[in-house]
Design a protein around this ligand. Structure first.
Ligand SMILES: [Zn+2]
Length: 68
């Protein structure tokens, strides 16, 4: 699970690397998604991409729920 740190050593620069570095800065070593993605005015499950109404507390498709 921790092998993703090797991504930082990759020599090929990309916007994704910058975003990943920024993400690491904000969240330390944690790479887990802890909140809903957004799509328009819907909540979007980061695990399966399912869309849910704003009052959804977990994903009815795959069972994912945000970590408080
Ligand atoms: Zn889901």
């Amino acid at each position: 699970m921790v092998s993703r740190t090797t991504v930082c050593m990759a020599s090929a620069p990309s916007d994704d690397d910058d975003l990943f570095d920024q993400f690491l800065s904000d969240h330390g070593h944690e790479t887990e998604q802890v909140g809903w993605d957004r799509s328009y005015n819907k909540k979007k499950c980061p695990e399966c991409g399912g869309l849910h109404d704003d009052d959804a507390t977990n994903c009815s498709v795959c069972g994912w729920a945000p970590v408080p």
